[in-house]
Design a protein around this ligand. Structure first.
Ligand code: FAD
Length: 519
């Protein structure tokens, strides 16, 4: 017994000694790298957190790159160290991940926002196909501001714009425009990538297409996106923004599906959300939305029932306002919402796209932005969405949810199946985003309670054969990842061994682990 115990202590001491040596030699070798930017070894704690606020991995260093070659040098150096080094690399956009996806324990975090190899460049003369070249660490809000100066804007967005290009392209980038333009990954012409071997490669559908497809929706596994060429379209000046209510999920979903399939696309943006057990809802809306029929609207009572709100937007230009308003009226008359609950407003295009930031400012002022966010994002096939709604909105999510529950359909035909992004197989599927904040002091604000409810939703879906896929996925076992990727798993593994054979990149996704040799 004594011998075994002594041997174990000796072994652990040896490993600890080896690790300590490893760290100090890693630090000194990294310090010797010739960089235009710099490496930070002391103040690294900000890179160990994310929006989810539940996972924390402390990195060894944070790289603030000033050029693409800084990123390539750092990765090439770690690649050359081979399996004897523990070092891994995590690109960090704004750190809006939920479960440590942009973190690395004892590795190097790359602060992508520091990378500005060139000024954001708009190519408007190439009409009818204008585009913008941006850094992978650029925020979408900055792209909006810059492109609007040319009367242009990207076609496909996320609901919140203080996210980075590299971060959303590594997932998909979905919002209410996706039904007609596809997700953001369907609106990229070209990328510049630094692979897990430190090579800098340009890629597109014509050049290095395997890498291009792999990186889009690739969860950061095959390379760091250092530059992207993004498709633009003429930007509207104003937006007509409409909300109508339904008492019945089937009617709500039927209208959503009709609208996303409508020829000529009657709206530019289609989303929706679930309102669970809320009172005073209509009063909240009055702040910015005007009821079409004020008297009837004031008499509408939800009586604690679950409501479904269809949210639509139509882009306006100064010269087409009257015609568009007439068209909108006609399309709305074909829908079956509760007739007294038509609310609308007109806002600038910029205010419309940056709408979530308004909530961010409010929540920050109340100290409720930095709370844990046990969010659940799902892609649910059209054929099972009604059963899902019955089980989840009807039985599981019966309490007020501290945060929105977003539900809207998209067309799979607008997604490129060659990319790494995983979706259900059906032609139409829904994004269901249950965006709960764990606000201390609130009745149902406990993280554990929310996680338990999320598990119930997943278990129910599994038992009912809903056939959903997680968006912004999080799994802990290889088997779960294999099942998530389904038919795409083989391709995903092949690309990993081609572009990042040592599994240096994005370890926080927990898909592949760097095999370290201590010999
Ligand atoms: P990070 O969280 O920093 O990174 C995400 C992953 O990408 C990590 O694995 C990281 O290593 C990797 N990565 C980051 N940069 C690069 C790069 N340059 N190259 C390669 N890999 C990289 N998503 C939607 O699709 N639609 C929405 O409407 C939407 N709304 C949101 C609203 C809020 C308030 C928040 C917090 C998130 C929302 N998201 C939405 C999710 C968002 O797309 C993800 O959080 C995404 O990760 C982008 O965040 P980020 O830029 O901070 O990336």
């Amino acid at each position: 017994m004594l011998i075994v115990r002594s041997f174990t202590i000796l072994l652990l001491s040896c490993i600890a000694f080896k690790l300590a040596c490893c760290f100090s030699s890693s630090i000194s070798s990294l310090k010797a790298l010739p960089l235009v930017g710099h490496l930070e070894f002391e103040d690294v704690h900000h890179a160990s957190k994310d929006f989810g606020n539940r996972y924390q991995l402390i990195p060894l260093a944070v790289l603030h790159p000033k050029s693409v070659s800084d990123i390539a040098s750092a990765i090439r150096h770690i690649w050359m160290m081979g399996p004897h080094s523990q070092l891994t690399v995590a690109a960090r956009g704004r750190g809006h991940s939920l479960q440590g996806q942009a973190q690395t324990r004892h590795g190097v975090v790359i602060h992508m926002e520091s990378l500005h190899p060139q000024k954001l460049q708009v190519y408007s003369m190439d009409a009818p196909a204008p585009y913008v070249d941006v850094s992978g660490g650029e925020l979408w809000i900055n792209i909006l501001h810059e492109t609007l100066k040319y009367g242009l804007a990207p076609k496909s967005w996320t609901d919140y714009l203080h996210l980075t290009v590299g971060g959303t392209l590594s997932n998909a980038g979905i919002s209410g425009q996706a039904f007609r333009h596809g997700p953001q990954i369907s609106n990229v012409h070209q990328l510049e990538i630094v692979t897990g071997k430190g090579e800098i490669l340009n890629c597109s559908k014509r050049q290095n297409s395997d890498l291009f497809d792999g990186v889009l929706g690739g969860l950061g596994q095959f390379g760091i996106i250092t530059r992207a060429r993004i498709a633009l379209e003429p930007a509207p000046t104003m937006v007509k923004w409409i909300r109508v209510l339904y008492l019945d999920f089937s009617a709500f979903a039927k209208d959503q599906e009709q609208l996303i399939s409508a020829k000529g696309h009657k709206f530019d943006y289609i989303e929706g959300f679930v309102i669970i057990n809320r009172t005073g809802l209509l009063n909240n809306w009055r702040l910015s939305f005007t009821p079409e029929e004020p008297l009837e609207a004031s008499q509408f009572k939800s009586d604690g029932r679950t409501l479904y709100c269809l949210e639509l937007a139509k882009y306006l230009k100064q010269d087409n306002k009257d015609v568009i308003n007439q068209e909108v009226k006609e399309t709305l008359s074909e829908l079956s919402y509760v007739s007294s609950t038509l609310f609308s407003t007109e806002v600038t295009y910029e205010a419309f796209l940056d709408r979530v930031h308004v909530s961010e400012v409010k929540l920050r002022s109340k100290g409720q932005w930095e709370v844990p966010h046990p969010w659940l994002n799902l892609l649910v096939p059209r054929s099972t969405i009604r059963e899902f709604a019955k089980g989840v909105f009807g039985n599981i999510l019966t309490d007020t949810s501290n945060g929105p529950v977003i539900v809207y359909p998209v067309n799979k035909s607008k997604w490129d199946n060659q990319t790494s992004a995983v979706t259900p197989e059906e032609e139409v599927f829904y994004l269901v985003a249950i965006l709960t904040s764990a606000v201390p002091g609130k009745e149902d604000g406990g993280v554990e309670q929310i996680l338990k409810r999320n598990r119930r939703i997943l278990e129910f879906s599994e038992e009912a054969g809903i056939g959903l896929k997680q968006y912004l996925p999080h799994y802990t076992t290889r088997e779960e990842w294999r099942s998530h990727f389904g038919a795409k798993w083989g391709e995903f593994v092949r690309r990993k061994s081609r572009y990042d054979p040592l599994a240096i990149l994005a370890p926080g996704q927990r898909i592949f682990e760097k095999a370290v040799s201590y010999s």
